[in-house]
Design a binder for this molecule. Sequence first.
Ligand code: PMV
Length: 363
Amino acid sequence: PSAVIHTATVSAPTNIACIKYWGKASSQYNAPINDSLSLTLDQSDLRAVTTASASSSFTQDKLWLNGKEVDLKSNASTWKRFRACVDGVRACAGPKLDPHNNNTILVDNEEWKSMHVHIASYNTFPTAAGLASSAAGYAALVASLVQLFHATESYPGQFSTIARQGSGSACRSLYGGFVAWRSGGKLADWSDSRAEQIVDEHYWKDIRALILVVSDKQKDTSSTAGMENSVATSQLLKYRASTVVPSRMEQIEQAIHDKDFETFAKLTMMDSNQFHATCMDTYPPIFYMNDVSKSIVSMIHAYNEWAGEIRAAYTFDAGPNAVLYTLEVYEVELLALVLRYYPEVGDGYVNNDEKRLEAAAFE
Ligand code: PMV
């Protein structure tokens, strides 16, 4: 019957990279110049919640973000990303069966293709403030479409290759725990540019991520524009992609397997610093960190020096907000330190824990 509306709702968390993705090898396929690695913040409040629906009564595809309809076709890049996700998952569609009626087919693979979709998505945190909201957003979009269309992968990681075309970092949010994104490039269609779980969310249970919201304003330079300029002008980025990241990936994967926090933390801080150095090396330079961000860097180094060991690491994405990684034993100590120096500090979101600090964002 034409009036039936099929729906699926999922939520997906953001992920925060320890080894950063910065630079596209193919803008057409949204594939990177280097591997990257992140932790999925699967118990945090930083999520996107998305409902996807399909019906033969819909006359066009529509998208709402945080309750506001997006004019899909007014922006060529948004349209391309949206189409890649919807058409990519739909190509993997399977039949919807009726369990109450001997599994008779309610919608077959072909019928899905004749339907338009309506998508409504909410972020539980600031959009485009460099907190990888696009990662959660496109991961939730792809995951909701997978459920809606009863889609199945024909090779491991296929859905991550679709999410990647929405936003690169989104491919890593399809898995929990520590996740690597292998840059790929051996196959002409970049279908080998996929995410792969290193260890699941139960493996290193006492790791914690604390998010310090320095500013929830939209960033000035989008990651796409920033990457384009960096690839075009930064010599340091070439060296980073060819020489630094391959060895760092090996070291950090080993550190994660060994639960060696000090090595993990040092590599995370050094990689954040190098990513921001490539932004500075871009012409004209891009500044994502502000003075508050820089003072957080100093505070963490002073803390580790005082402790005589590395108890915390910072990392910054394409914005001024800090993510601090620590271990459960140091969580209270680190929170006390943060509140001592940043009493205005805001929402601290603690990963792997339902706890959430009450206060307002500082700036
Ligand atoms: O996924 P994008 O296109 O928003 O790029 C994300 C880039 C960084 O967040 C800075 C690094 C990363 O690996 O997540």
